[in-house]
Design a binder for this molecule. Structure first.
Ligand code: CTP
Ligand code: ZN
Length: 155
């Protein structure tokens, strides 16, 4: 049932709305998508909005920007239930789920302090494994990094 008090992050004319982001991961999503590098796009954020499914959710609206699947799928690590709404002429013309990619390049750090990627300037590379729980297996040291302990490379 729709809430009678609708939330007030304004509608966009064209672009992408990423909804159902867990609030605590908004800044990780911004970082993974490199939104802080977009110098032209108008971006609005909603943070700590009430959500039935997530408790507190975040939403990102990026005007005049349309992503490739390969770009947005990376956020599935931190926002597995994120939904992309493609907006054209104020209408939602498409909804897309994100899918966890099979490999992750240079996004997460390896949890193993001895891993070469933590000592030399080498981009990290993981295979994503899902045995009930999503984990990242380092292609260099074979150690697993779980999502809860995952730290992003640019932090
Ligand atoms: N939206 C927007 N600008 C538009 C149209 C929609 O910013 N011109 C946003 C809405 O605010 C909403 C999201 O895009 O956050 C999806 O819109 P809609 O499908 O209308 O909402 P819901 O049905 O609530 O979405 P869901 O599928 O997530 O339940
Ligand atoms: Zn490693």
């Amino acid at each position: 049932m729709k809430n009678t008090k609708t939330l007030s992050v304004s509608a966009i004319e064209n672009g992408t709305v990423i909804d159902h982001i867990p609030a605590q991961n908004l800044f990780n999503v911004i970082s993974i998508l490199g939104l802080d590098q977009l110098t032209e796009s108008q971006i609005t954020f909603g943070y700590n909005l009430p959500s039935e499914k997530l408790g507190r959710k975040a939403i990102i609206k990026i005007a005049d920007k349309f992503f490739e699947d390969i770009e947005v799928d990376k956020i599935a690590l931190v926002a597995p239930h994120a939904k992309l709404n493609i907006i054209r002429n104020y209408e939602v013309v498409e909804k897309r789920q994100v899918n966890v990619p099979e490999q992750i390049f240079n996004i997460a750090r390896c949890m193993n302090p001895k891993c070469i990627t933590n000592h030399e300037n080498i981009p990290t590379k993981f295979r994503v494994i899902n045995d009930g729980k999503v984990k990242l297996k380092c292609c260099y040291c074979e150690k697993d990094t779980d999502i809860e302990h995952m730290k992003l490379v640019n932090k």
